[in-house]
Design a protein. Structure first.
Lengths: 108, 108, 108, 108
């Protein structure tokens, strides 16, 4: 067994011990909240609450989704984009094309 | 029993028969879908799917929320805003102020 | 000449004296500023200034455009929409359809 | 004169010959158009044209600004961000922090 294989095995073990990535935990927690907020809006609609209050809640959920999106985008740039840029070549161009097209659609 | 009580009872009965407003039903159905989409994103995060695919799903949920918002806004304008404008006076100014401030925050 | 005709003539005269609507003056002033801001961005690009500073300026112009849009939307609701709602009938439905389609495109 | 000085001088000369970066030319052309569009809106306001048509034009200018922003963002990522990521260290973290904060404000 080569030394780098040992390292890989160790890091897989570490991975298993430490569970999901801390960003994922944060993202999961926020998505749970967003799910609850969506159910809250449903309740407001069922109870025929005031439209403007419902619309304000919808804006709040949108803002919450955006901040989850920023966490995931950050991780994408810190990992995939960074690795592709370091590797260079066609992969670099492709990942930046993909990033730009996603940002365009997400309406920068 | 006074005549207006009878009318009220009749209209409550009518209300019970006709169930919730059709826009509410449409809004409820869409909110249920959005809840499912949010759970889908959670699954993608748990399964460590590709960040860009997750971000694309987040954009889709945002678009779905916007279209629910438009349904509710339409009903608000068709009912509350229309009534306040017909009644005129200070109520008219107030409801338009409130509408504008909500649209500003919701980032027109 | 009836008294209300006199009033109308007086108010037309007042209109001529007072020049454009005060909202129009405010909108014009802001559009002049926006034009200057756009030229400022052009200068930044010519001088090869830092991209992030240029992007920050672009966001500022977008915010300025939005606030001009809100002034115009407010006036539209205060005048055309209000009149159509008071008049009722098909015109009311049409103007609200038009408003909603415009708000959708302007991405609520 | 050292060989790298000669190279620098040659590349400065090349720079002078080739004039501004092609992206800058494209950006300049679009900013000129946007300036014209803003003046067009001013004319519409002066001529008291229909509010909804003015609002549609404002949306068009906003879309044009966004596409200029995307060109500049692309160049920023292709140059500054790419270089900082290749260099690594604190500079990499700083430039990604700056990018994220700009994208947040520009409302992803």
């Amino acid at each position: 067994m080569r030394i780098d294989q040992i390292e890989t095995e160790l890091s897989i073990e570490a991975e298993e011990k430490r569970g999901p990535h801390p960003v994922n935990q944060q993202v999961s927690r926020r998505l749970k909240n967003i799910e609850g907020q969506v159910r809250g809006i449903q309740r407001m609609v069922d109870e025929e609450q005031y439209c403007v209050d419902i619309l304000t809640q919808i804006s709040a959920v949108r803002a919450a989704l955006n901040s989850v999106g920023m966490l995931i985008l950050r991780r994408h740039i810190d990992t995939c984009v960074t690795n592709a840029i370091k590797a260079g070549g066609e992969g670099r161009v492709q990942i930046i094309d993909e990033l730009m097209s996603m940002l365009s659609k997400a309406r920068l």
